[in-house]
Design a protein around this ligand. Structure first.
Ligand code: LLP
Length: 413
């Protein structure tokens, strides 16, 4: 992220985090436009040798300003719900660059996507294929189809975010793909456009990605021999990022791996990165409410909680936490926890920090799967969001109000 320190105070681009906390309150998500754009440009540079389309995985951060920024850079979008489609369209995204993933697409979602004219449906089962054919027939459209195949490679990541093994619910087994492509070719309201796979998230090793690409490309060649030609090959999500001491894979190297394999092929490469486009471009700003010394450990109770950033509670994920202003307080080891009534409500364990009550902390690498996974648990309104562009401050989402949270509810009589 475009983070820097001047006279002991932390800035995002040219704006002091203290200023933001005073003006907008905490907890507060803060993003850097320069960091978002740089992350996108890294992809376009790394894959420049291969005709490609970057379809930003909306689930990583679906805030309209972020979608709009990527739309302006020319990105397509990977969506997984009708709600994400509405957001992409509201943000000015091009429906012709939208791919629709997910194992449970409803008929309504299919209709909305057909109506918008999306690029393709990443179909994940025979039943879904039949439903899509039926719905397309009902609305008088031809649905573009790409199967999501499951290459059965181990991505070596957290089990909750690994998706390409045969025990996962995702995709169709590669061995069954030829028969399903033939079925798709025989159905009247479908048009085959491509193939897709996604093996997991936060990958820190390129070899599973290369293995998956090899298996998918071998299948594409088999399909071609059977008379099924594809326009694109979608290799799913992006590379992992650095949260702590991980060494994220070299994107240029991934670009070279795919350039070698795509040389001489006519299919367009699609990628669906989420985390690596937004993760390190955002932070969560929070204030220390109380310091609570305990017998065994000390707690720093902050005003952000698992409803704001669920990753630590859900995956025991690590996020770096830094003091916004350096001070001469005693260095102490703290568990940084939120106010929610759950032991699992923590942001970080055993962090050595020199802090006092009232201080601001920045929870780093929170741009991906932070705000998009936020909830109202404990009736906590969702945080506001700020996009920084050099010295400009854009409030891109208001802090949720209690009234907005209760809208749509009523008493019964
Ligand atoms: N494409 C598909 C079909 C996906 O399911 C995902 C992520 C992506 C692309 C984007 O992958 P990425 O480039 O972000 O690695 N909530 C978890 C991550 C769940 C990822 C789910 N699918 C977390 O906070 O770590």
């Amino acid at each position: 992220m475009m983070l820097n320190r001047h006279d002991g105070h932390l800035f995002v681009e040219d704006v002091a985090l203290e200023t933001l906390a005073e003006r907008f309150g905490t907890p507060l998500y803060v993003y850097s436009r320069a960091a978002l754009e740089a992350a996108y440009q890294r992809y376009t540079r790394a894959f420049a040798a291969t005709p490609h389309l970057i379809c930003y995985a909306v689930k990583a951060n679906s805030s309209l300003a972020i979608l709009n920024l990527f739309a302006r850079l020319g990105a397509g979008f990977d969506i997984v719900s009708g709600g994400e489609l509405v957001r992409v369209l509201a943000a000015g995204g091009d429906p012709g660059k939208v791919v629709f993933s997910g194992v449970g697409k409803t008929a309504d979602e299919m209709r909305a996507a057909l109506d918008a004219g999306i690029r393709c449906f990443n179909v994940e089962s025979a039943s879904e294929l039949q439903r899509l054919n039926r719905v397309a027939g009902e609305v008088g459209k031809i649905a573009p189809v790409s199967f999501r195949v499951n290459p059965d490679v181990d991505p070596k990541t957290h089990p909750y975010i690994s998706t390409g093994l045969k025990q996962n619910k995702f995709g169709i087994p590669i061995a069954e793909a030829p028969a399903l492509y033939q079925l798709a070719a025989s159905l009247p309201h479908l048009k085959i456009t491509g193939i897709d796979c996604h093996i997991g998230s936060q990958l820190t090793d390129l070899s599973p990605l290369a293995d998956a690409a090899d298996r998918v490309l071998a299948l594409v060649d088999t399909l071609a021999r059977d008379g099924i030609a594809l326009h694109h090959i979608d290799l799913g999500g992006g590379v992992g990022i650095r949260y702590c001491d991980e060494t994220p894979p070299d994107l240029e190297a991934y670009g070279r791996i795919l350039a070698e394999r795509f040389a001489g092929r006519h299919e367009q490469l699609l990628l669906e990165p989420g985390r690596s486009l937004v993760g390190n471009a955002g932070l969560l700003l929070t204030r220390v409410e109380y310091l609570k010394p305990g017998e065994d450990k000390h707690f720093a109770i902050v005003d952000a909680a698992m409803n704001d950033l669920m990753r630590p509670a859900l995956y025991e994920a690590y996020h770096d936490i830094v003091a916004v202003s350096l001070r001469a307080a005693p260095m102490q080891r703290y568990d940084i926890v939120g106010p929610i009534c759950e032991t699992g409500d923590f942001i970080g364990f055993a962090r050595d920090m020199a802090i006092a009550e009232g201080d601001l902390l920045a929870v780093l690498s929170a741009g991906a799967y932070g705000m998009s996974m936020a909830s109202n648990y404990n009736s906590r309104p969702r945080a506001a969001e700020i996009l920084i562009d050099k010295n400009e401050i854009h409030l891109v989402r208001d802090r949720e109000t209690q009234n907005a949270m209760m809208a749509g509810e009523r008493l019964f009589c």
